[in-house]
Design a protein. Sequence first.
Length: 146
Amino acid sequence: MAEAKTTITDVAAQTFIDSVEPPARAEEARALDALFRKVTGEAPKMWGPSIVGYGEYSTVYDSGRKVNSLKIGFSPRKAKHVLYLSSGYTDEAAAAAREAALARLGKHETGKGCLYVKKLSDVDPAVLEELIAIGWTTMQRAFPDT
């Protein structure tokens, strides 16, 4: 069975965030880090070369494949920030809350479990915090810390 591509690295999240280009993107990454820390109470870890993750969980799929992954996180990509907020895929109530919040968020795109934001100024910061909290709470329920 193939090894997971995205695993925890020894790189400090702050080192990575400080290296993000351009400087405006790095500043937004710092703001996202502060928001994720506020909501989760967790210090971030780097997952692969570019994902800043908060919390982690392990699970085994029906196929027998074992997975260790971040609960939630973000990646400050060149074109857009990618927020990994998988809420709504394990919990119907969280899905409804997520959809209601997305309607109020501002300019964004979504993918399965991901939220894409070009600039933080395009979205309502309070709603973004709400979405992070929904994702965190959902993942905590699905994968409680042991």
